[in-house]
Ligand binder design. Structure first.
Ligand code: GAL
Length: 816
């Protein structure tokens, strides 16, 4: 390709438009039915001819996408714990009638799925259009030759979720957005605009743009316009077979504190008339990985990262932009600056949000390659599909400034057992052929793989769970950048504490399938957060860590997995025997169905560990946090250890006004502990200090009896677009308004006005209550109600919460 350097001086462009691309949301008014494994455990035969245009679907359920049929429940004891005990497996059909303009006869029409779980097959007017099996990939299929322009058309989509195809809750259904796209016969290829900034200095940035075109036309040209907000700051016109370099003067860089974005508008011209267009945002930033660390815009930056699975708690896998934004807000609030999308590509909107909110992302492709981890997982698809899936991932996401690294996989058996090096290089080559501006990586945990030197097949060495081996691994990989791709696997339930408090891992596993929130316990591959902090601080060359996990997710309820892979993850044989016995008594009724790993629970409510990370990752934020709660009726006079997490370096603890001593953090100490406190009701207060000066404080008081309900909305006004949601926190309080910790009252909700209750939750990983309901028990004092607006309906909304024996309350919202 020829290279043209064009100056910043804006060329005056008058674009006359023949026509351009038409993009329509294709989410509304589908009909849906399930077959095969049904939610109630029965099996329903799949009739024939459901792909045909005239099939009678009039009794099918009507719904809008995105849709996750698994989250509708019910939870069932006979379903596997590790995939959430929800009925996501089975067959689902979606059908929809639609018309396209008569003019489409001379155009090309495509359908684009951002993600569909899974085994998607598509028919239009009875003709088989194509398929895409991997549930996490975005893909496009061409409908042109199946359509009847100007008439009614029917699309039928079949999904098939095989059981045992995932190690966590995958969801089921067309759970991301769908669009219908019409272009001229010659058009800009799907994800065909690739924008990079190969040179950035204080004065200028070079913006390089490559555009792929499908079809041949007369005198094809490309016109590029770069906008900074509403201002056009540069433009250029080139022949369609040329790539283009535009110089941007005084660029504002994309950074974590100021995630500045530019917009690139691309127009394809034939004989001077616009025949297609494309809009993408991009950022100007530099990333550099060295053996000494990671540099963003020339500044060494530690990745304080978390791994995240894709579900949105009570909303399941069905995407909702505000729910994703809230997740990222919560993660940022405790100091997260990087996210690993474990172990699959995310929704495209997730990356738009990370671009805007200043969070770095490692986008990951797979959990397995050729060798399976579950009987029906991606290993079956890998041979035929890995290249297409990998290319789609990179091509879709390569313009996002937030994306700083690609991962081709997680703990793949091939590499863990040192069997297939060329395969790793083959995947790396595919990624780099689509984008050579970011490094590739993968995460390995087995020492034999890590120490064999096999991690060299990535550009950046990803290490899972080896904080004690960083120095040794440095020797093995002296020149490569190294980071901790997965760390800690700490586990806890919000608001649960068991005594005596022991530092022995897994002794914090208490009754009722909960794990103590003292922050000392982890799964067998893991360790407490502090261990990783120390290793990171001692080895400054490590780029950072990705904690397993930011949010709790549905499925994988270690240490209570009653699955083949890790039945009862207890190292201590006595503990293992005890729980095994307990499980035998319960028969198959083992309730845990979502994870305990999260720093926050499934509703986004902080566990105590949230504050441990906030103290470490946001050292400039004055904060102190006391745990546990102080309602221990019946434990008067008993030892009840008190821990304090603070961004200060010293703290003094008071019980009912009496000092229990001032303590200072030693080197590599990240929490302050008063191990011998004897419980008496009243007030615990901590005052923390930094460099000898008062810095922050926290108070925890013994609450009285539960008397009333408190409601608080994260946003009181939401858009009346039928998608926006308000998250309302429900607390059971005493008469003074203090949350009462160990309460489990059932709260019933009613709503009036133009909004609906979309889901409820409480963060209890053992609860079998449905998410789609208008009542919920609080779990340790708290629950969540998610309220969604109705499209085009504006007005006042009132949500009322009532519970037997408590004073009812309500909250007003507005949709506009
Ligand atoms: C890791 C794995 C994660 C999760 C975690 C639980 O080895 O990569 O997906 O299973 O263990 O501790």
């Amino acid at each position: 390709m020829k290279k043209l350097i064009l100056s910043l001086i804006a060329i005056t462009l008058v674009l006359s438009s023949a026509s351009a691309r038409d993009i329509k949301k294709f989410n509304a008014n589908w009909r849906f039915a399930r077959f095969g494994a049904m939610p109630d455990g029965s099996v329903k035969a799949e009739p024939k001819n459901m792909d045909e245009a005239d099939y009678d679907d009039s009794d099918w359920r009507q719904l809008n996408l995105p849709h996750d049929w698994g989250i509708e429940g019910p939870f069932r004891y006979d379903l596997p714990n590790r995939t959430g005990k929800l009925p996501w497996a089975g067959i689902g059909w979606y059908r929809k009638s639609f018309t396209v303009d008569a003019a489409a006869a001379n155009k090309r029409t495509f359908i684009e799925f951002d993600g569909s779980m899974s085994g998607t097959q598509v028919w239009v007017n009875g003709g088989y259009v194509g398929e895409w099996p991997y549930g996490y990939s975005s893909f496009q299929l061409e409908l042109t030759h199946y359509l009847k322009p100007g008439e009614e058309n029917t699309i039928a989509v079949r999904l098939d979720n095989k059981e045992e195809s995932s190690r966590w809750y995958p969801g089921g259904g067309i759970y991301r957005n769908v669009k219908l796209i019409t272009t001229e016969k010659t058009y800009i290829e799907h994800w065909g605009v690739f924008v990079t900034t190969p040179e950035v200095n204080d004065a200028n940035a070079t913006v390089n743009i490559k555009t792929e075109i499908n079809g041949k036309g007369n005198n094809l040209q490309l016109v590029y316009e770069v906008f900074d907000g509403a201002n056009k700051v540069a433009s250029a016109k080139v022949k369609a077979d040329s790539d283009c370099n535009i110089t941007l003067a005084n660029p504002t860089l994309w950074d974590l504190d100021n995630p500045h974005l530019y917009t690139l508008k691309t127009n394809l011209l034939e004989d001077g008339k616009v025949i297609d267009n494309n809009e993408s945002t991009f950022g100007v930033r530099t990333i550099k990985y060295t053996k000494d660390g990671f540099f963003l815009n020339g500044k060494k930056t530690k990745m304080n990262g978390v791994c995240q699975h894709h579900d949105l708690g009570p909303l399941g896998a069905a995407i909702n932009v505000r729910a994703m934004e809230r997740q990222i807000e919560i993660l940022k609030e405790f100091g997260t600056n990087a996210i690993r999308t474990a172990h699959n590509p995310p929704a495209p909107e997730f990356l738009d949000l990370c671009d805007k909110m200043g969070v770095m992302v490692q986008v990951e492709a797979f959990d397995v390659w050729q060798k399976k981890k579950a009987d029906n997982d991606y290993a079956h698809l890998f041979g035929a599909w890995h290249e297409r899936d990998l290319r789609n991932m990179v091509r879709r996401d390569r313009n996002h400034p937030c994306v700083v690294m690609w991962s081709t996989g997680n703990e793949m058996i091939e590499l863990q057992k040192i069997q297939d090096a060329p395969l790793a290089l083959h995947l790396r080559d595919i990624v780099l052929s689509e984008d050579d501006t970011r490094p590739t990586s993968f995460g390995l945990s087995r020492p034999e793989a890590l120490f064999s030197g096999w991690a060299k097949m990535a550009d950046v060495v990803g290490i899972n769970y080896k904080p004690h081996a960083y120095a040794e691994l440095r020797e093995k990989y002296p020149d490569l950048p190294i980071y901790a791709s997965e760390t800690t696997s700490s586990i806890s339930s919000r608001g649960e504490y068991f005594f005596p408090v022991s530092d022995v891992q897994r002794e914090g596993v208490g009754g009722q399938f909960h794990v103590s929130d003292y922050g000392l316990y982890a799964s067998p591959n893991g360790y407490p957060a502090d261990t990783e902090f120390k290793a990171q601080d001692e080895h400054d060359f490590i780029i950072g860590e990705f904690v397993w996990t930011g949010f709790d997710y549905i499925g994988e309820p270690t240490p209570f997995n009653k699955d083949k892979t890790n039945l009862l993850n207890y190292a201590d044989p006595k503990e293992r025997a005890r729980v095994k016995e307990e499980m035998k008594k319960l028969g198959n009724k083992i309730p845990p169905r979502s994870s305990y790993f999260g720093i926050v629970d499934l509703c986004g409510f902080p566990k105590d560990r949230y504050y441990l990370y906030q103290a470490k990752w946001r050292p400039e934020l004055p904060m102190a946090h006391i745990l546990p709660h102080w309602n221990w009726e019946g434990r008067e006079g008993e030892v009840t250890p008190v821990f304090v997490y603070t961004s200060g370096d010293e703290a003094e603890l008071f019980l009912n006004g009496e000092s229990l001593g001032r303590k200072k953090k030693a080197q590599y100490e990240y929490r302050l502990r008063w191990n011998d406190v004897t419980y008496q009701p009243g007030e615990l207060k901590v005052v923390s200090y930094k460099n000898g000066k008062e810095w922050a404080s926290d108070v925890v008081k013994t609450a009285g009896a539960a008397a009333k309900i408190a409601l608080e909305a994260d946003r009181a006004t939401i858009d009346a677009d039928g998608e926006d949601v308000s998250f309302i926190t429900v607390e059971v309080c005493d008469k003074k308004g203090l949350m009462v910790p160990k309460t489990h009252n059932k709260v019933t909700f009613s709503i009036s006005g133009p909004a609906e209750i979309l889901a409820v939750g409480n963060g209890d990983p053992t609860s079998f209550e449905p998410y789609q309901a208008s009542e919920r028990k609080v779990f340790n004092g708290m629950a969540l109600v998610i309220v969604r607006s109705k499209k085009g309906e504006m007005g006042k909304v009132k949500l009322t919460a009532a519970s037997e024996g408590l004073k009812a309350t309500s909250i007003s919202l507005k949709t506009e």
